[in-house]
Design a protein around this ligand. Structure first.
Ligand code: ADP
Length: 368
């Protein structure tokens, strides 16, 4: 049986959305006149300004004084291994959690002091599904629009616009349960964007998607940045996704360890990365250091060097230690190398903490 959007308004399957939008004792979004930004009027240089953000859970520090800016219409990545503080930061930015200290401003509004006003300027896509699979794409958006006070022809036009943006206009009358995982994620994007937010926050949006759908989703994020002029903030633990961002903040154990464009961050390492396999990597690393005065370290049973003109160094090192090197590779630095360079350890460590029982995927293995 098809239900009209009005009949569906009180449908308890939409409770998660309502919970996010309303204050504990209210039944609808607060439509009080918009609060004034805490920041002086005029176009802010940074659409998001995070300053000295600290968050502690009892005795565990999840964020340890993180500061960065995000610019308007930027695709910005929060990259970090599991436990680095991404979700905590995401929750603070989406006003679901109050930080221990420091501040986070979005579109000039303070996440702690002006959460209601700030929410009008952000769209949020959580990891957990928020679309109703039994409703059509159009009905999901219609209902979402009502939660934001959109109605009638204005809402209809906006739904058409946003379905066009995410490439699903021709499927508007189909139930979301008939969509692929990638298409369902695009409906989540559309929901997050319906009220014209300047900022879209997405928590690991490609979790559970196959590689084709992942690529697809990233293309849509780029389209949204370019055509809707939205600032897109994405948390990810995948290097290949981080490489697609305009700029990145790399987190490790609650600390911001790197900030910049993927190109600038990898360029900063300079030269090449050489990995050598040997029977006794520690002894070989010690002797390479003393013979060539280069910084050779041991990582995962390999000797690792960052060096200019790696291809010229290779014959020298092979000749200097005949028969000792079993295999070697020379490569351009990657974001993983940036992480190693800044932290002294690999992105994916064997002793990473176990996944909490929240249903959130906490992959332990390095993705292939
Ligand atoms: P990420 O999203 O990068 O995996 P989180 O923000 O979830 O990182 O976690 C950062 C740190 O805070 C981790 O050490 C984690 O165990 C801890 N943490 C997260 N949530 C809680 C919580 N509710 N209570 C206690 N510690 C938590």
């Amino acid at each position: 049986m098809t239900r009209s959007p009005d009949q569906l308004r009180d449908d308890n399957r939409l409770v998660p959305v309502v919970e996010y939008l309303v204050t504990p004792n209210s039944t609808a979004i607060d439509f009080a006149p918009p609060a004034q930004p805490a920041q002086p009027a005029g176009q802010p240089v940074a659409i998001i300004a995070v300053r000295d953000l600290v968050h502690r859970y009892q005795d565990r520090t999840a964020l340890n004084g993180v500061s960065f800016d995000v610019r308007p219409a930027e695709l910005f990545g929060l990259l970090g291994p599991n436990g680095s503080g991404k979700t905590t930061l995401f929750r603070i930015l989406s006003t679901l959690m109050v930080p221990t200290s420091g501040s986070a401003m979005i579109a000039g509004f303070d996440a702690v002091r002006q959460p209601g006003a700030l929410r009008r300027h952000i769209g949020v896509v959580f990891q957990a599904q928020s679309v109703d699979p039994k409703l059509t794409a159009y009905e999901n958006l219609w209902h979402q629009g009502h939660l934001y006070g959109l109605r009638g022809p204005e809402l209809k036009t906006r739904i058409t616009e946003i379905l066009t943006r995410v490439g699903l206009l021709d499927r508007r009358a189909d139930r979301v349960e008939t969509f692929s995982g990638g298409m369902q994620r695009r409906i989540e994007l559309a929901k997050g964007l319906l009220h014209h937010p300047e900022v879209l926050l997405l928590d690991e949006p490609t979790t559970g998607l196959d590689p084709g759908a992942r690529r697809d989703l990233w293309q849509y994020l780029q389209i949204l940045r370019d055509q809707e002029q939205v600032s897109v903030i994405v948390t990810t633990h995948l290097m290949e996704e981080a490489e697609r961002c305009d700029r990145l903040a790399i987190l490790n154990e609650g600390n911001l360890v790197a900030l910049g464009t993927p190109e600038a961050l990898t360029r900063e390492i300079g030269g090449d990365v050489i990995l050598l396999e040997a029977r006794d990597p520690q002894s070989l690393a010690d002797r390479i250091r003393s013979k060539f005065q280069v910084d050779a370290t041991v990582m995962d049973n390999h000797v690792r060097l960052e060096i200019e003109n790696g291809h010229r160094f290779v014959p020298d090192v092979v000749e200097a230690f005949p028969g000792e090197i079993q295999s070697l590779s020379v490569s351009k630095p990657t974001l993983e190398d940036v992480f190693i360079h800044r932290t002294g350890h690999r992105f994916w460590s064997e002793d990473a903490e176990p996944a909490p029982a929240t249903g959130k995927k906490k992959t332990r293995k390095k993705p292939s």
